[in-house]
Structure formats: C-alpha cells, structure tokens
Ligand binder design. Structure first.
Ligand code: SAM
Length: 344
C-alpha cells in the first residue's frame, strides 16, 4: 500500500474544533458493513449489505484516516460490521501503524466480535495494537447462538485467548439485554475480571429497523447497577478517560467495570469523536441522522484540500448531543442507521 505524506499546509494540519468548542481527536472507522454474526439487537436477519463496489478501497480508507490524523486525530479505532472480515484488512492496519511509529497517532485499536481473532491476534500486536475491545453478551453457548443467530461461542473464546496470549489487553463489551443476560452479568464480571479483563456494560440503543421494538430488549443500567451493588462493593473511579464509560472498581474481584448509558445519561459535553463509514460518509454524532459525504471530495482531487474543507464543513455541523428515547410511545428507531453501519 502506498503511504501518503502528511502535508503541513495550515488548512491541512489545523485542529478540528466544533461549534461547541469540542476538539475532535478520536476517529472510528467502519471498514465494512458486513459481519459474520447477526446479533438480533444490531441487525435484521435479512440485512441487505452494500454492493462491494460502493466501498472505499483500503488505500482510500488509509488516505481518509491519514488526513484526519494530520488534522489532530490521536486515537483511531477500526470497527465494522466486523472489521476482521474485510478482505486484506491487515494491510490497512499495517499501513496505518506508520502513524504510531511517527508518534502522530497515540493509539490504534479495534472493536471486534473475536470470531477471527485466533488468526489475526499476533499480527495485530505486531502492528502496534496494544488493546482491543471484544463484544460478548453471554458465556452460554445456546444463548450466544440465539443472540448472534448462528455464532459459535467456542470460536470467540479461542479468539480472546489468542489475543491475550499475543499480549493484547482485552476489554469485554456487553450489551445488557432484558430477560436474556441480565441475570448473567455477575458471572460475566467474575469471568472477565478473573482473566484480568475489564468489562463494560452498554445500554441498547434504538438504532436501525431490526424487525422488533426495543422495549423488550432495554434494561436501564441504573437498575442493573443497583442490583450489582447488593453483591459487590462498587467504588467510583475518577473519570479520566474522557469517553462515555463511567468506571467502578469491584472490591470482590479487583477488576474494573464500566457503564455506558446513552439512554439514561447523556455524555455528549465531552464528545471528541467522529465516525466514518466504509463508503466515506462522516457521522459527527452516533445518535443523530447527520451525514456528510467525504467520498466525493476524496476522489475529486489527489491532494487533500477539498477533503479537508469538506471535513471542516461537517465538523461545523456537529450536533450538541443525542436524544435516544425508548418507551411505549417511541418504540421506533431514533436513528435509521443500524449500529453495523458505523460500528461501536
Ligand atoms: N463486529 C464488531 C463487534 O462485534 O464488536 C464491531 C461492530 S459492532 C456493531 C460494535 C458494538 O455495537 C458491539 O459491541 C455491539 O454489541 C454493539 N451494538 C450493536 N447494536 C447495538 C445497539 N442497538 N445498541 C447498543 N449497542 C449495539
């Protein structure tokens, strides 16, 4: 893959600051909308995926990321769909790792379902990745199959072990699902913390039509936390990540437990992130319909001025925050995109 040089022309290196004074330093790139699982709360069973011809090439994705890095992005997360099912994705990871070597990028990381991790863990580590997030909602093979519609839990567990063996720090992300894994949360905490992995619980968000309402899936984490507090000693940790998760230390396990509460607590005031899809659409807020096309300016010119100007216009429209609602009156998606379009 050909590298691009980071121009130092003023407009191409200016920090990206939105109208609310928030500086953008975190980019999440969805490298594909496809996934080898079909988690029922994420996708409809008969999802239609983008024609492959609509996807940006890996070289174009590299150029997009590099432009954002030149504009001040310090943390880059690759996601999907499932990032590890994109053909040749490791060539993109390897190419992006040059920005770690120069120090322009502080962290390159990934969110994955771990089904392919056994194959890729060592190479990810070799490319400078140090931490990854793995999504896992249950340790029960039957429930796993039901949630993912066909997934094999053993493959995921093997992937997690391969990542740990390769020296990657793994954080587990678990979406709290009513009547499905609510009761299992303590076992998930004990399991993750027993292996030295942090675990973060996430509230289900009303994103995309999935063929059923969200009311039957949604558990407020305030409720789960109150239940957990009866069994564990939870001590708030200082909020030093700048991200949406609020962390506690669990006295009995010695591990870290996070809560991401898009529904019950809005954390937008410190939002430093934007998202790009595999077709080059920039979304400046996960919970709003805002979208700006970067593919056209990217392809219109080999230098990055048009692209950088389009980025400025989009950042200038970053909404103040999201307002997800799930109740009987609002049992429809707040946002029409599925989570698999932008990734977690
Ligand atoms: N395939 C990768 C994975 O499984 O981590 C990356 C993409 S996946 C869409 C990213 C995360 O979004 C997963 O943790 C998934 O559980 C979460 N997710 C999907 N739909 C969601 C929703 N409606 N509300 C909350 N989280 C969701």
């Amino acid at each position: 893959m050909t590298g691009i040089s980071l121009s130092h022309a003023p407009s191409l290196s200016r920090p990206m600051t939105d109208p609310f004074g928030r500086t953008i330093s975190y980019l999440r790139l969805s490298v594909t909308d496809r996934c080898d699982l079909r988690c029922f709360y994420c996708m409809a069973e008969d999802m239609t995926f983008l024609p492959k011809a609509d996807l940006l090439s890996l070289e174009e994705l590299d150029r997009l990321c590099s432009t954002f890095i030149a504009r001040g992005v310090r943390k880059l997360r690759l996601t999907g769909g499932e990032p590890l099912v994109r053909r040749n994705v490791m060539s993109l990871v390897r190419s992006l790792s040059r920005h770690l070597e120069t120090g322009a990028l502080r962290e390159l990381t990934m969110t994955t379902n771990a089904t392919q991790l056994a194959r890729f863990a060592a190479e990810l580590r070799d490319c400078g990745i140090r931490r990854i997030n793995v999504s896992l909602d249950t340790l029960d093979p039957q429930k796993f199959r039901a949630i993912t519609r066909w997934g094999d839990l053993d493959k995921v567990l093997a992937g997690i072990e391969a990542a740990r063996a390769a020296g990657l720090a793994v954080k587990i992300n678990t979406v709290a699902l009513k009547n499905l894994n609510e009761e299992e949360v303590p076992s998930l905490i004990d399991w993750a913390h027993g292996k030295g992995m942090a675990l973060t619980l996430i509230e289900v968000m009303p994103m995309g039509e999935i063929g059923e309402g969200r009311i039957d899936q949604y558990v407020p984490l305030s409720l789960l936390r109150a239940r957990l507090a009866k069994h564990y000693t939870l001590t708030d940790l200082p909020d030093d990540t700048g991200g949406p998760a609020r962390y506690v230390h669990v006295g009995e396990t010695g591990g870290k437990l996070g809560f991401i509460t898009p529904m019950t607590h809005n954390f937008c005031e410190s939002c430093n992130r934007v998202r790009i899809t595999c077709t080059g659409t920039l979304h400046t807020c996960l919970g709003q319909e805002d979208a700006s096309d970067l593919r056209r300016p990217l392809r219109a010119s080999p230098d990055d001025e048009l692209l950088s100007a389009a980025i400025d216009r989009a950042i200038g429209l970053k909404p103040k925050g999201h307002d997800f609602i799930i109740d009987r009156r609002h049992n429809r998606p707040s946002v029409s995109r599925h989570m698999s379009v932008t990734g977690g």
